[in-house]
Design a protein around this ligand. Structure first.
Ligand code: VGL
Ligand code: ZN
Length: 199
């Protein structure tokens, strides 16, 4: 049977309650994520990993506020509070996450002038992270995704994985969303239409 990897998206302190870009209930999914990790043959984590002064931070654009949109050379970009700065406590995995079994940690968002929601491509939609090559080289053709945030990093990863020809499931019960202007419903429909299996 084709190998499957469980890919845990951005389960970091800054996306959990008390963090800089807290996703409501972000910590509630951790027991289920830990169970899924324990049940999986292959485990991969992503880690949002921005240099200080990253271009996705509202603080890098005087006069702009978090959650506004800004046109970047590569397209529209939502501005965020400073979060997941390289080496900070906020960028660490949540202390309750049992991450030790992970075979790979993919860091993303480390180029100062470009954000990266997806585990596969930066937000220019063309610069690869290397994850697709890693999965293919190891004969892993299916992935199951869960984590934070459903309507940003999880959905971008899922849609890219479908385009790249992987079989994709998303565990919505082990994910939580930011839900900017109804983005959670819109993105869930996009995943369903693209052929992502929603569990
Ligand atoms: C994310 C916004 C900014 C995410 C990361 O993990 O969904 N969202 N950086
Ligand atoms: Zn980020």
């Amino acid at each position: 049977m084709a190998a499957t990897a469980f890919v845990v998206i951005d389960l970091q302190n800054d996306f959990c309650p008390g963090g800089a870009l807290a996703v409501s209930g972000g910590n509630e999914i951790i027991p289920l994520i830990n169970q899924l990790i324990s049940d999986s043959d292959h485990v991969i984590m992503t880690q949002d990993w921005h240099p200080a002064g990253h271009s996705s931070f509202a603080s890098s654009h005087p006069g702009r506020k978090a959650y506004q949109s800004l046109t970047m050379p590569y397209g529209e970009q939502t501005l965020w509070p400073d979060h997941c700065v390289q080496g900070s406590h906020g960028a660490d995995f949540h202390p309750d996450l049992v991450w030790e079994k992970a075979e790979l940690v993919i860091r993303k968002g480390y180029h100062r002038n470009i954000d990266s929601y997806s585990a596969f491509f930066e937000n220019d939609r063309t610069t690869p992270t290397g994850l697709a090559g890693y999965l293919r080289e190891r004969g892993i053709s299916n992935i199951t995704l869960a984590g934070l945030a459903t309507d940003f990093c999880v959905v971008y990863s899922a849609l890219d994985a479908i385009k790249l020809g992987f079989g994709v499931s998303v565990r919505l019960d082990a994910s939580r969303g930011i839900d900017l202007d109804g983005s959670l419903d819109a993105m869930t429909s996009q995943m369903r239409e693209a052929g992502v299996i929603l569990g």
